[in-house]
Design a protein around this ligand. Structure first.
Ligand SMILES: [Zn+2]
Length: 115
């Protein structure tokens, strides 16, 4: 992924905001946090940021067509009700709902977004 200089600048602004949200680098008693403690806080923020970002992008990408091609046989499957999806990602659990499609030939439901 190639980000423009402008997009990189905007991401740096988000980092500044995340740093403000995290707060200071000292414990309440005044001791400085260790590198490992600071790293762990950054990882937690990054993981939460990543899962929320992924969730937003997944929801945007969900197709809303009355039918979709079955990934197994290629025939048209009909749109069914929305079903909850939960994926365990490297950065945590991501949950959303999207329409499932049903293929009569294969007698199975599928999500076109995942094949
Ligand atoms: Zn099929």
């Amino acid at each position: 992924m190639d980000l423009s200089a402008e997009k990189q600048r905007r991401l740096r602004e988000l980092v500044v905001e995340a740093k403000e949200i995290l707060g200071g680098c000292l414990h309440p008693d005044g001791r400085p946090k260790t590198f490992a403690e600071l790293e762990e806080e950054c990882i937690q923020v990054g993981d939460r940021f990543t899962t929320q970002l992924l969730l937003g992008r997944v929801a945007e990408r969900a197709p809303d067509a009355p039918s979709a091609d079955c990934p197994t046989c290629g025939r048209r499957g009909e749109r069914g009700p929305e079903e909850p999806r939960i994926l365990q990602t490297d950065r945590g659990e991501v949950g959303w709902s999207e329409p499932a499609y049903y293929c009569r030939s294969c007698r199975r439901s599928f999500f076109p977004s995942f094949g």
